[in-house]
Design a protein around this ligand. Structure first.
Ligand SMILES: Cc1ncc(COP(=O)(O)O)c(C=O)c1O
Length: 422
C-alpha cells in the first residue's frame, strides 16, 4: 500500500486524465499488473476486463509473442527515423498490411495514434483532389453518431452533438454530418448532397459499428451503398477501422464483411494488441498514384517524429503472426455466440432500450440516464472493469477471454440491468 501512496495519491495531484472532470470523478483503479483478460489491482484483487484498454488488447495482455518482439527490437534498435533511413520492421509491416487489407490498398503511412491516422487520411483526401485536377475539395461528409478522434480536424467529422466536442462547434471546420444511408430516403439525401456540392473531398465512416458514439451498428449493405454513391460522384471513401479492424466484427476488417474496398483505410488500436502506440493510414493505388510524380509539390508533406516506430512495428508484425497462427476469428465468433446467448434476452428487460451484438462487441442501451461514474464503481465492486458510454453498457473483451470470465462480465451486465428496473 505504501507503494501506491508513493505514486498514485501523489500523482493524482499532478496528472490530467482523459475524458475526466478531475474534481468529481471517482479515483481510477490502480493496477499493478495484467494478464490475459485480467487486471490485477494494486491491492491484490483482480478485475475481469470488459473493455480491453480502449479496445486494443485483442490477444490478451502480456502475450509472450508480442512481448518477445518488443524486447528483441528494443535490444537491437529501439527506433530510427524514417526520413532518409530505413528499418526492416516498418517496411515488412507495410508490405504485410497491403497483403491482408482488401482490394488494392497498397501504401501505408504510419503514425502513433488513431486521431493522427484520420488526420492523415483527411489531408491525403484533400491533396488527392488538388494533385489530380487542382480542385479545392476541402470538406467531408461524416455521419451522425460517428467518432473519429480528438484532434481538430477529426473533431470536425465527429457527431457534433452527441460527440464529446459540441463545445467546439464554430471552432472546428464545418462539415456535412448526415444520417447513414441505411434507408432509401437517407440514401437519396446523401446522393443529393454529393451531387449538389463540388467541395467534398471524401466520405468518412466507421464501418459496421460506430464505437465511441455508443456501439451503434449498421449493415454491410449500408457500406455497399456508400461505395456506390461515392463512385457515382467521384468522391473518396475513407473507412475508419481504428475500432473495427483486426477481427472485432468477426472478419479481419469490417470492409471484408461488406465486400467493399475503401479508397483510404485507417487502422490503430488492435494493430499492436495494445502493447505500443501505432496507427496506419493505407491508401489505394488510385489515391497513391496522384502523389507519385516527378513534382515535389505533389508529395505528401507529413512526417511525425515517430512515424513507423520500430518497436511498434515489430509488435504489429508479431500481432499479424498471431492472427495467422492462432484462432482469433474463431474466438471472436465463439464470443459472439456467447454474447447472444447471455445478453440478447436482456432486450425484453424493462428499462432496456436495445441490445446490439456484433462479433466481440455487445452493447446494452438503457432507456434512462444513469450516473456513469457510480456505475463504473458498481462494476468494479463486482470484480469487473466495465466503462459505460452514456446510457450504453458495452463489452469489448480480449478475443482470448475464457468463457467463464466472459460469463462473469455478462452476469454483471445482467445484474446491472435488473438493478435499473424502474
Ligand atoms: C473509430 C475511431 N477513430 C479514431 C479514434 C481515435 O484514436 P486515438 O484515440 O488512438 O487517437 C478512435 C478512438 O477511440 C476510434 O474509435
Amino acid at each position: 500500500m505504501d507503494d501506491i501512496e508513493s505514486w498514485f495519491r501523489k500523482g493524482l495531484d499532478h496528472i490530467w486524465l482523459p475524458y475526466a472532470q478531475m474534481k468529481t470523478q471517482p479515483d481510477p483503479a490502480p493496477i499493478s499488473s495484467t494478464e490475459g483478460a485480467r487486471l490485477n489491482m494494486a491491492d491484490g484483487t483482480t478485475l475481469i476486463d470488459g473493455v480491453g484498454s480502449w479496445w486494443t488488447s485483442v490477444h490478451g495482455y502480456n502475450h509472450p509473442a508480442l512481448l518477445k518482439a518488443a524486447h528483441e527490437q528494443l535490444e537491437t534498435m529501439p527506433h530510427i527515423m524514417l526520413g532518409g533511413l530505413a528499418h526492416e520492421q516498418a517496411y515488412r509491416l507495410a508490405s504485410r498490411l497491403s497483403q491482408v487489407t482488401p482490394g488494392d490498398l497498397c501504401r501505408t503511412f504510419f503514425t502513433e495514434s488513431g486521431s493522427v491516422a484520420v488526420e492523415v487520411a483527411m489531408k491525403v483526401a484533400v491533396q488527392y483532389a488538388m494533385n489530380r485536377t487542382g480542385a479545392r475539395r476541402t470538406r467531408f461528409v461524416s455521419f451522425k453518431g460517428g467518432y473519429h478522434g480528438d484532434t481538430f480536424a477529426t473533431m470536425s467529422v465527429c457527431d457534433p452533438e452527441e460527440g464529446m466536442h459540441s463545445l467546439f462547434a464554430g471552432v472546428v471546420p464545418e462539415q456535412y454530418v448526415v444520417d447513414l444511408p441505411d434507408t432509401d430516403d437517407r440514401a437519396a439525401a446523401l446522393d443529393r448532397l454529393l451531387s449538389g456540392h463540388d467541395d467534398i473531398a471524401a466520405v468518412i465512416v466507421e464501418p459496421l459499428i460506430q464505437g465511441a458514439g455508443g456501439m451503434h451498428m449498421h449493415s454491410p449493405e449500408t457500406l455497399k451503398a456508400l461505395r456506390e454513391v461515392c463512385d457515382r460522384h467521384g468522391v473518396l471513401l475513407i473507412f475508419d477501422e481504428i475500432f473495427t479492424g483486426f477481427g472485432r466484427t468477426g472478419e479481419i476488417f469490417a470492409a471484408d464483411r461488406a465486400g467493399v474496398t475503401p479508397d483510404i483505410l485507417c487502422l490503430g488500436k488492435a494493430l499492436t494488441g495494445g502493447v505500443t502506440p501505432l496507427a496506419a493510414t493505407i491508401a489505394s493505388r488510385k489515391v497513391y498514384d496522384a502523389f507519385h510524380t516527378d513534382s515535389p509539390e505533389y508529395a505528401l508533406m507529413h512526417g511525425p517524429t515517430f512515424t513507423g516506430h520500430a518497436i511498434g512495428c515489430a509488435v504489429a508484425n508479431a500481432g499479424l503472426d498471431l492472427f495467422e497462427n492462432e484462432p482469433r476469428l474463431e474466438q471472436v465468433r465463439a464470443i459472439e455466440r456467447q454474447l447472444l446467448d447471455e445478453l440478447a434476452p436482456l432486450s425484453s428487460q424493462p428499462g432496456v432500450a436495445d441490445v446490439r451484438i456484433c462479433g466481440a462487441v455487445a452493447a446494452v442501451e438503457f432507456e434512462k440516464d444513469f450516473n456513469v461514474n457510480a456505475a463504473r464503481s458498481w462494476f468494479i465492486e463486482r470484480g469487473t472493469f466495465i466503462r459505460p458510454l452514456g446510457t450504453v453498457v458495452y463489452l469489448t473483451p480480449a478475443y482470448v477471454i475464457e468463457a467463464a470470465d466472459l460469463s462473469s462480465l455478462t452476469n454483471a451486465v445482467s445484474e446491472f440491468a435488473e438493478s435499473r428496473v424502474v
